[in-house]
Design a protein around this ligand. Structure first.
Ligand code: NAD
Length: 467
């Protein structure tokens, strides 16, 4: 337990949220454990702030650009704190900070525009876009800053105000980010709240909230949608994934192995759109397993603060238990660990990067989302079989196809039932592109102009051409 009160905000006597460093398993600081009853006043202030914030688009642009500069300038404070509570290597934390600033800059100048619609009659309809009001965001622990910015950048640019709740596992860097942003934004335009459940449930179902944008698991997403339904609130849900990578017969294994490995293991596999299953042609299967296993055996695992670390710990004890459970089940089902297959005997939540072969296709490590540093590699006979297996999941976030003939790869990618299909890489996103999962992977669209429209409502002025 931390003995010092948090340096990032007032600790409330008797109500605090201990924050654990996953590299040690020890609490190192705390955040306020706010009571859900506090939300009424917070959302009331967000409503007041909305009047001014929505009124002046130019002032918003100026403030959001200043906010981006402030985030960049605060990188040396934000990144180590993010690594401390989340576990990821420091370079990845800096990349998250940079992405947060870039997203603010992108949305600060994105203009939804106006559009005229004519249909042959002597009338015209002009579509303008208006903000929604105070909106809520709830985010998970795998990319606390990046995912927070994916919520607040488009929402604030659209003219909404926001109340944002980070995961109880990673509240500190988001609170620090909130205080950095408060230097550039008017009061109550963005409020960070931290605490245990039912804080998120109360936020999602609060009648003063016009839109809930949630990133997290499908199970919690369903609860959020149910809560928001009470006040007929709009929801955007970005949920889990079980992305497949299909390797084609002409793939150059050595050429793609590094990219494929890191597409599965970056951030310890705790990425919604990580590669979570690999399908390799039977002829190439053992070579693919060995190429990935060799990288798993040599990846440098350690504290994210140590220079040279490539893979940090799993973020929390429950997630580590989940990873252990999926792997143990797969091994019991007849799988073999070509690398790893066990946790590391040291303090903290470290798990050996694991490549599994001979995995029965019905094993939960294949059919569900493991969300950890464990990758099953399965052989296939025909391409139709591989595509059917890739699509045989309740999720539909992303997928990828790897080969030398790009036209052929693109044709196969077009058969994947998901929101984004990549060729020869995975999980790379541009700020300008739409991001939307299908099936249990989500509802609504984030990213680019589509993400901005998700935070706006159309307002139509309909007038005759002549009086
Ligand atoms: P989670 O669903 O357990 O928690 C997400 C957030 O919801 C946290 O802030 C949590 O405190 C809050 N929460 C918990 N119960 C709630 C309730 N009843 N009402 C409202 N809020 C509640 O998810 P997690 O374990 O933090 O994150 C991992 C999951 O997130 C994985 O499934 C991953 O795939 C998914 N994810 C999806 C995306 C995407 O963009 N699609 C991105 C990152 C992570």
């Amino acid at each position: 337990m931390a003995t010092q009160p948090s340096r990032r905000g007032p600790a409330i006597p008797g109500r605090s949220l201990p924050v654990i460093d996953p590299a040690t398993g020890e609490a190192f600081d705390e955040a306020p454990d706010q009571h859900p009853d506090e939300l009424d006043a917070i959302i009331g202030r967000a409503h007041q702030a909305w009047r001014g914030w929505r009124a002046d688009p130019l002032a918003r642009t100026t403030a959001l650009l200043a906010a981006a500069d402030a985030v960049e300038a605060a990188g040396a404070g934000l990144a180590p704190l993010l690594t401390r509570e989340q576990g990821k290597p420091l370079a990845e934390s800096y990349a998250e900070v940079a992405r947060t600033a870039a997203r603010l800059r992108y949305f600060a100048v994105l203009d939804p525009g106006r559009r005229l619609i004519t249909d042959g009659r002597p009338v015209r309809s002009e579509i303008r876009w208006r903000p929604l009001g105070p909106v809520a965001a709830i985010v998970p622990w795998n990319f606390p800053l990046q995912l927070a910015s994916a919520k607040f950048a488009p929402a604030l640019a659209a003219g909404n105000t926001m109340v944002l709740k980070p995961s109880p596992f990673t509240p500190l860097s988001t609170r620090l980010l909130g205080s950095v942003l408060s230097a550039a934004l008017p009061a109550d335009v963005l409020t960070i709240v931290t605490g245990h459940e039912p804080l998120g449930a109360r936020l999602a179902s609060h009648p003063g909230i016009r839109h809930v944008t949630f990133t997290g698991s499908a199970a919690t997403g369903r609860a959020v949608a149910e809560g928001a339904a009470a006040s007929l609130g709009r929801v955007t849900l970005e949920l889990g994934g079980n992305d497949a990578a299909i390797l084609l017969e002409d793939v150059d294994v050595e050429r793609i192995a590094d990219r494929l490995f890191w597409a599965a293991f970056r951030n310890c596999g705790q990425v919604c759109m990580a590669v979570k299953r690999v399908y390799a042609p039977a002829r190439l299967h053992s070579g693919v397993v060995e190429a990935l296993a060799q990288r798993a055996r040599t990846a440098v695992v350690g504290s994210g603060l140590d220079p040279g670390t490539q893979l940090g710990p799993v973020n929390n004890a429950a997630q580590l238990t989940r990873v252990e459970r999926y792997t143990a089940q797969a091994l019991a089902d007849g799988a073999r660990a070509a690398a790893g297959g066990h946790r590391l005997e040291r303090p903290g939540y470290f798990y050996a990067p694991t490549v599994l072969t001979e995995v029965p296709p019905a094993s939960p490590v294949v059919t569900e989302e493991q969300f950890g540093p464990v990758l099953p590699v399965l052989p296939y006979g025909s391409l139709d079989e591989a595509v059917a297996a890739a699509n045989d999941t309740g999720f539909g976030l992303g997928g990828s196809v790897w080969g030398t003939d790009l036209d052929r790869a693109e044709e196969v990618a077009g058969r994947l039932e998901c929101g984004t299909a990549w060729i020869n890489h995975h999980a790379e996103l541009s700020l300008a592109q739409p991001f939307a999962g299908v099936k249990d992977s989500g509802v609504g669209v984030a990213g680019g102009m589509w993400g901005l429209y998700g935070n706006l409502r159309p307002f139509v002025v309909h007038r005759p051409e002549a009086a």
